[in-house]
Design a protein around this ligand. Structure first.
Ligand SMILES: Cc1ncc(COP(=O)(O)O)c(C=O)c1O
Length: 385
């Protein structure tokens, strides 16, 4: 029986332009997806290096699943602490420059499981207000005191550090923000970390694989602990956390979302090792992607949008939720798949179109995007020329 109050909540979502109803995708081929029998260009994928449909990775994964089987069939603490998983974790720690690493079934679970375990009552967490929901859920679970600072404002972060000077502090941020697409100011963050001696947790979900030398991310020198996911540039599934010494032992003892879950299969770990090698050798993909991002940003600015984003996530500001939803719908009719980000993913009244570019896009795709966008703006009376 579906309760009346749940029905009312769904209705309210619809009325306020916040209703979520995932588009059904019938088929995917690289940068193309098929929606309602139409093949459209996907600008909403986090497959930044285009690996997830590449033959190299598909072959590696199928070979490993044939070798190891399809499930670990247990939690890590019962009978799934396999050697190949430990070997892969060591390799991830070494590649990204940390003491240790641990795999999680997803980035959401990783953030929630780590944040809720390392903080407790009477600790203070200071977080960027645009931090991903998974870390925020972890803060709520932890029962610690937490306070936000203005997005990417190092001045505001400093004021919070001063306020809580004598407490054990954990500061949480992303390195490349998932919605705004802007980078953490690493230099200023480093100065604050040295001055106020906080423990830092940096979510590098969107930068690992793409940003920094050989895709090693941008926050290595300021993160005590970093979280990455396989589901974006690494073209796979699951997640990894990069840890200081002793933290793995701590998490095995105190992180419920890690303890009470089935471990990713051995085939995942064996494939993860091969992914590192692919990522290391992907400089050509990274520089092509970089060039496409620059081109897209300039073209969007040509359409008079205020565009956020320093890298492969670009977010033209739209504002009204109904407007961004309508634009997305009309773009789809013109062969472009791009979705709006709306409250609560972004603040109310500040919706954006979240464009993510991948190494599979080329200039002609971007030209098609821009052509479709300018037609939509004219149709909707949003431009005067
Ligand atoms: C910044 C950030 N962190 C964590 C996650 C969660 O990662 P996963 O998709 O592996 O659960 C996401 C995914 O949307 C994200 O954008």
């Amino acid at each position: 029986m579906f309760n009346e109050k749940w029905l009312r909540k769904i209705e309210l979502q619809k009325q306020s332009g916040l209703y979520r109803n995932p588009v059904r995708i019938d088929k995917r081929e690289g940068k193309f997806i098929c929606v309602d029998n139409n093949t459209v260009i996907n600008f909403s994928s986090n497959d930044y290096l285009g690996l997830s449909t590449s033959s190299d990775l598909k072959l590696a994964a199928s070979k490993n699943f044939m070798k190891y089987g399809t499930s670990s069939s247990s939690s890590r603490l019962v009978s799934a602490n396999y050697s190949v998983i430990n070997e892969a974790e060591k390799k991830f720690a070494a590649y990204f420059g940390y003491d240790d690493a641990i795999f999680f079934p997803s980035g959401f679970q990783g953030n929630q499981g780590i944040v809720s375990a390392i903080l407790e009552q009477d600790d203070i967490a200071i977080f960027d207000k645009h931090l991903h929901a998974s870390s925020i859920k972890g803060l709520v679970l932890s029962k610690c005191d937490f306070v936000g600072y203005k997005h990417n404002s190092m001045d505001h972060l400093e004021r919070k550090c001063v306020h809580y000077e004598n407490k054990f502090k954990v500061v949480l941020t992303e390195s490349l923000f998932s919605m705004d697409g802007d980078f953490l100011n690493v230099e200023e963050f480093k100065k604050l970390k040295e001055k106020y001696n906080f423990f830092s947790v940096v979510d590098e979900a969107h930068s690992f694989g793409v940003s920094g030398p050989e895709g090693r991310g941008i926050a290595g020198e300021v993160a005590d602990l970093a979280v990455g996911t396989f589901g974006k540039a690494l073209g796979f599934f699951g997640a990894f956390a990069l840890l200081p010494k002793k933290m793995k032992e701590y998490l095995f003892n105190f992180s419920s979302p890690l303890i009470y879950t089935t471990t990713l299969p051995e085939a995942h770990a064996a494939t993860a090792i091969e992914i590192l090698d692919i990522v290391r050798k992907s400089d050509d993909k990274r520089s092509h992607l970089h060039a496409m991002c620059k081109y897209m940003r300039e073209e969007l600015q040509g359409l008079k949008f205020t565009v956020h984003g320093d890298a492969h996530i670009l977010s033209p500001e739209i504002g009204d939720e109904k407007l961004s939803s309508e634009m997305s719908k009309r773009l789809l009719e013109k062969g472009i798949f791009v979705l709006p980000a709306r409250y609560p993913t972004v603040p109310l009244g500040k919706s954006i179109l979240r464009i993510s570019l991948t190494a599979l896009h080329d200039k002609s795709d971007i030209d098609k995007f821009v052509q479709a966008m300018s037609e939509v703006m004219k149709e909707m009376g949003l431009v005067t020329v």
